[in-house]
Design a protein around this ligand. Structure first.
Ligand code: HEM
Ligand SMILES: *[C@@H]1O[C@H](CO)[C@@H](O)[C@H](O)[C@H]1NC(C)=O
Ligand SMILES: *[C@@H]1O[C@H](CO)[C@@H](O)[C@H](O)[C@H]1NC(C)=O
Length: 499
C-alpha cells in the first residue's frame, strides 16, 4: 500500500516538474520574441557542460539570431535568457537606460559568506554605495602612486625569466604570467610579497587557483542559480570555506600589522584602510565594515590576476605567430625608452601607444570576459519594438560574437593592431569593442589592468623573443571549464633571451 503511494507521489512530482519546464520553455514564444527552439530540460545550452565554453555558445546565438531583430531569446536549461544582437541596444542597456539594468543577477551571501558580497556580484543600492566609495581608489593619480610597485614586480619577473631561459628553451607561459600578475595584485591589494614567481606553491597562488578552478560544475552552483533566495536562507556559500578563511586572515593580519606599525605603502590596502569604519562590524557613510573591506580586497585579487594574465597570454600567442608585429612592438619599446632616458617611468609607459594597439587587439580577439551579464531590475521596452524585457529577466551581451563580427571588424580572425588607430576607432560603433564592459558598471580596474599588462609586455618584448613552441597546438583550444576565455592546458612558447 505504502509503496504504491510513494510511487504515485514520485510520478506526480515528475509530472509537475515536466510541466513546469515545458511551460517555462514557452516563455519567449508566448511573448512573440524571436528565439531558438529549446531541447527539453537542457534548453539551448546542452553543450555548456562538455564541449563549448559560454562565450562561444553565445557567439553562436548572436550569429544565428542577429538577423531577426535587436533582441532574441534562448534558454539555459529552463531559464529564459535574452541575447542582445544589436549594438544600439547594447548601448541602451549598458549606458543610456542603465537604471533598468543595474544588476548582474549573481549569487552572493553576505551573512554566511561575507567575501562573496563584493562589488562584482552585489546588486542595487548596495552596489551603488560600494562603487561610490571605491571609485576614488582607481583614479590615474592613484595608479601613478602604485606604478613603482608594478615596475618592481615586472623587474622581478624579468630576472626570473632570464634565469629560467638559460636552462629551458620552451616554457609554459600562461602559468608564469599568472604568477607575475598574482605578485602585482598581491603587493598592491594586500601589500605582501607573494613570491609566487620563485615558489609556485606560494599560498596566494594556490588559493587563487583553487578559487578559479572551483567555479564550474558544482552542485551548489545549480542550487543557488535556481533558487537564490532559498540558497541564501539555507546558508549556501559561494566561496569554499578554506579559501575564504585564508583571505579573511590575510586581510586581518595585514590591517593589524599596518595599524600597529604605522606602515604606509601607497597601495589599495592603504586606501581601503582609510575607509575602514573604526566600528568594524558596521558599514557607514563613506566607510567600510571589516567584512566589506576584505571582500573588496578579495575581488581585486580574483578580478585582477586572471583577466590580466590571460590578456598577456593571448598577446604573446599572437605575437609568436606574427614576428613582424612582434619586432615592431619591440622597436617601439626601444625607441620610446630611449626618448625617456632608458627609464620605465609612468610618462614613458603612457607614450607607448603601439603597445595599447597590440593589447586592444588581443582584447578584441580574445575578450577575457566573453559575455556581459545584466538582469533587468524594472520592465523595459526595447526601443522601436513591442518587446518588453520583464523585471528579473537575465540579459546577456555576446561580447565574443560582436568582437568577431565581420561587419564591425573585417576579416575578424586576422590579428591587426591597426584596427585601433584613431581613424579606425572613429569609424566604428562605440559599443563594438567592450572588453571591459561599458556604462556605470564598467570594469573599475581597467586602468590598473592595462597598466600592469603594459609594464609586463615592456619587459617581455625588451629582453625576450617568442615563437610558437613544439608542444603548442595552433590554433589552441579554449578551456571549456573556465569562465574566462583562456587556452586549454596552458601555452608552451619558445622563449629566447635577446643579447
Ligand atoms: C585586462 C584586465 C581586465 C579585464 C579584461 C576586465 C574585465 C571586466 C569586465 C568585462 C567587467 C564587467 C563589466 C560590465 O559588466 O560592464 C569587469 C568588472 C569589474 N572588474 Fe575588471 N577586468 C580586468 C581587470 C581588473 C582589475 C585589475 C581589477 C581590480 C583591481 C578589476 C576589478 C573589477 C571590478 C571591481 C568589477 C566590477 C565593477 C562593478 O560591478 O561595478 N578588473 N571587469
Ligand atoms: C559571483 O557570482 C558568480 C555566480 O554565482 C559566482 O560564480 C562567482 O563565484 C561570484 N564571484 C565571486 C568572486 O565570488
Ligand atoms: C603579420 O601582420 C602584418 C600586419 O597586420 C600582416 O601584413 C602580415 O601578413 C602578418 N604576417 C603573418 C605571418 O600573419
Amino acid at each position: 500500500m505504502v509503496v504504491v503511494e510513494v510511487i504515485m507521489a514520485a510520478a506526480m512530482v515528475a509530472v509537475i516538474v515536466y510541466l513546469y519546464v515545458k511551460r517555462q520553455q514557452t516563455y519567449w514564444a508566448r511573448r512573440n520574441v524571436p528565439h531558438l527552439k529549446p531541447e527539453f530540460f537542457y534548453g539551448n545550452t546542452k553543450s555548456l557542460d562538455h564541449t563549448e565554453p559560454l562565450g562561444m555558445i553565445f557567439a553562436r546565438f548572436y550569429n544565428e539570431l542577429k538577423k531577426s531583430g535587436p533582441l532574441a531569446g534562448v534558454y539555459m536549461y529552463a531559464k529564459p535568457v535574452a541575447v542582445v544582437t544589436d549594438l544600439e541596444l547594447v548601448k541602451s542597456i549598458l549606458i543610456k537606460d542603465f537604471q533598468h539594468f543595474t544588476d548582474r543577477g549573481f549569487y552572493y551571501n553576505e551573512i554566511h559568506d561575507p567575501l562573496s558580497a563584493h562589488m562584482f556580484n552585489v546588486s542595487g543600492s548596495k552596489w551603488r554605495s560600494l562603487r561610490q566609495k571605491l571609485s576614488p581608489t582607481f583614479t590615474s593619480g592613484k595608479m601613478k602612486m602604485m606604478f613603482n610597485t608594478i615596475v618592481a614586480a615586472g623587474k622581478q619577473f624579468n630576472d626570473f625569466l632570464e634565469e629560467k631561459v638559460v636552462h629551458e628553451s620552451e616554457l609554459e607561459i600562461k602559468d608564469l604570467l599568472a604568477r607575475f600578475t598574482t605578485d602585482v595584485i598581491g603587493m598592491c591589494a594586500f601589500g605582501i610579497e607573494c613570491n609566487s614567481m620563485k615558489d609556485p606553491d606560494a599560498q596566494f597562488r594556490v588559493m587563487g587557483r583553487k578559487f578559479v578552478e572551483d567555479q564550474r560544475g558544482q552542485v551548489k552552483n545549480v542550487f543557488h542559480n535556481a533558487a537564490p533566495e532559498l540558497a541564501k536562507k539555507a546558508g549556501v556559500r559561494a566561496i569554499d570555506k578554506d579559501v575564504a578563511d585564508f583571505f579573511l586572515n590575510v586581510v586581518r593580519e595585514t590591517i593589524d600589522y599596518r595599524l600597529k606599525n604605522n606602515v604606509k605603502r601607497n597601495d589599495f590596502m592603504d586606501l581601503l584602510i582609510q575607509m575602514r569604519n573604526p566600528e568594524e562590524s558596521k558599514s557607514g557613510e563613506g566607510l567600510l565594515s571589516f567584512n566589506e573591506l576584505a571582500a573588496q580586497c578579495f575581488l581585486f585579487y580574483v578580478a585582477g590576476f586572471e583577466t590580466s594574465s590571460t590578456l598577456l597570454t593571448w598577446t604573446l600567442y599572437e605575437l609568436s605567430q606574427n614576428q613582424s608585429i612582434q619586432q615592431k612592438g619591440r622597436q617601439h619599446v626601444m625607441d620610446v625608452l630611449a626618448k625617456h632616458g632608458g627609464e620605465i617611468t609612468y610618462e614613458c609607459v603612457n607614450d607607448m601607444t603601439y603597445l595599447d594597439k597590440i593589447l586592444n587587439e588581443a582584447l578584441r580577439k580574445y575578450p577575457p570576459v566573453p559575455v556581459h551579464f545584466r538582469e533587468a531590475t524594472k520592465d523595459y521596452q526595447v526601443p522601436d519594438t513591442k518587446i518588453i524585457i520583464e523585471a528579473g529577466t537575465k540579459v546577456f551581451i555576446p561580447v565574443y560574437g560582436i568582437h568577431h563580427d565581420p561587419a564591425e571588424f573585417p576579416d575578424p580572425e586576422r590579428f591587426d593592431p591597426e584596427r585601433f588607430s584613431p581613424e579606425q576607432v572613429q569609424k566604428r560603433h562605440s559599443c563594438a569593442w567592450t572588453p571591459f564592459g561599458e556604462g556605470p558598471r564598467i570594469c573599475i580596474g581597467l586602468r590598473f589592468g592595462m597598466l600592469q599588462a603594459k609594464v609586463g609586455l615592456i619587459y617581455l618584448l625588451k629582453n625576450f623573443k617568442f615563437d610558437i613552441g613544439d608542444q603548442c597546438k595552433v590554433p589552441v583550444n579554449f578551456d571549456i571549464k573556465s569562465i574566462i576565455l583562456t587556452p586549454e592546458g596552458g601555452l608552451p612558447l619558445k622563449v629566447a633571451k635577446i643579447c
